[in-house]
Design a protein around this ligand. Sequence first.
Ligand SMILES: [Zn+2]
Length: 395
Amino acid sequence: MKKKQVLKVLSSVAIAASLFVPQVSHAEGAKPVTEENISVNGFIQYEELKKKLYQIEKSSNGQVKVETAGKTNQGRDIFTARVGHGDKVILIQSEIHGNEKTGTVALLNILQYLGSSNSEDAKKIREELTIVAVPMMNADGSELDRRGNVMSWREVQEQFPQLRNTLPSWNYYSGSLQGDNYSNNPGFDVNRDFNPNLNYVPKPEDFPGATNKAGWFITPEAQTVRDVYKSLQEEFGIVEVFLDLHHQNFYTIEGTDKEVTMSISADFVPDPKTPKGSKYSQYADNFRFDFSRQINVALYNALQEKGNSIFSNISLYDQNLDLPGTALGAFSLNGSGIAIFEVKGQTQNFGQKMKGQLVKTVETGIMGVIKGVADGSVYKLNPEDYDNIPNRVHK
Ligand SMILES: [Zn+2]
């Protein structure tokens, strides 16, 4: 649809452009489109999300509570949906990148199940856990089916007058990316706008920043999720688990010819207790890398239990990253066990192909983590098993 159809022609331009924005590492997916008419209509749009969330809330008879936690820059609601009344909280976020949409569908399926099932499993989960979902974090980007949010640097400067003489942050998109033209409608990679210091206020000397430096909470979307996180910290002491749902490019499992269905990771900042992580030493007592590894092992095992199939083609994501501006990096330094979910293919090069299977992959992985935390089994897993999960290699 729209720009996607002309992307074929523009793909070489897009690749060339991407080479000149090396700071946008991990903005994957600027690969040539091989087919036309890559539709995303099967995914959930914002208005439909709103309807479905309230339907789920209604049919749950009080088990699911939907709230507006904040607004996007264009004024759309950023919803949270909460289910369960246990004393451990799991926060799950989807569509921080608006063109990465499987997680939103998976979250709705899980909310529907946990909100209305009377099975022993569902009851146990509701007793042991509180699950808070942010099913469409970057709703403005989602509406445009693009990675960035919709916000100009001028708007940032209006809200933070101390930045009036400052260059835009390094994660500002104002050119071409992944087949999207941001020049008339710029925005930010919201997933570089987080800071491990949850009370951080933007300072001019911290701009334009860099990939291995913390973000600034300049976008209302990041501010909203930060506020949700802080309110959960107040309520529960700690946000036990944080899961972030994404899409990536096409890879194979190292040593095989199997295409990776999903990559996962526990590793977004170096351990503050190691020399490489010493710049994060103030967070050393919070950081639970072994727990993050256990979470990833639980989600990996849940998918391996599906037997030899596309569901078991799971790899690690890139390791040894230093991305303190990501939600995962910032929240792991605040003590949450973390996992990223990166299913294959982005909408500009894969559309909604394999949607059912990819949603099922995400759903199975999330439920593996939820069950493991609810019954305590995740805490008994060997964190070293994480290192046996295969790597991904470029196709
Ligand atoms: Zn992403």
